[in-house]
Design a binder for this molecule. Structure first.
Ligand SMILES: [Zn+2]
Length: 62
């Protein structure tokens, strides 16, 4: 069974749950609320490289 990551809409806690179906409803193990939303894992991260070199900004203090 695949593991889906859920987030609670009540306590905003994230947890993983083994669900047989992707459209299954799970309860929050923290507060017990049924208002949980399935999160989508990021398989591939889109990142573009090869840009102009940036500058380092000095931090002013004093
Ligand atoms: Zn919760």
């Amino acid at each position: 069974m695949p593991i889906f990551e859920f987030i609670c809409s009540k306590c905003e806690e994230q947890f993983e749950e083994l669900v047989s179906s992707a459209d299954s409803k799970v309860k929050c193990p923290f507060c017990g609320s049924a208002r949980t939303e399935k999160q989508f894992s990021a398989f591939s991260s889109s990142s573009s490289s090869g840009s102009h070199g940036g500058g380092c900004a000095p931090s002013g203090g004093g």
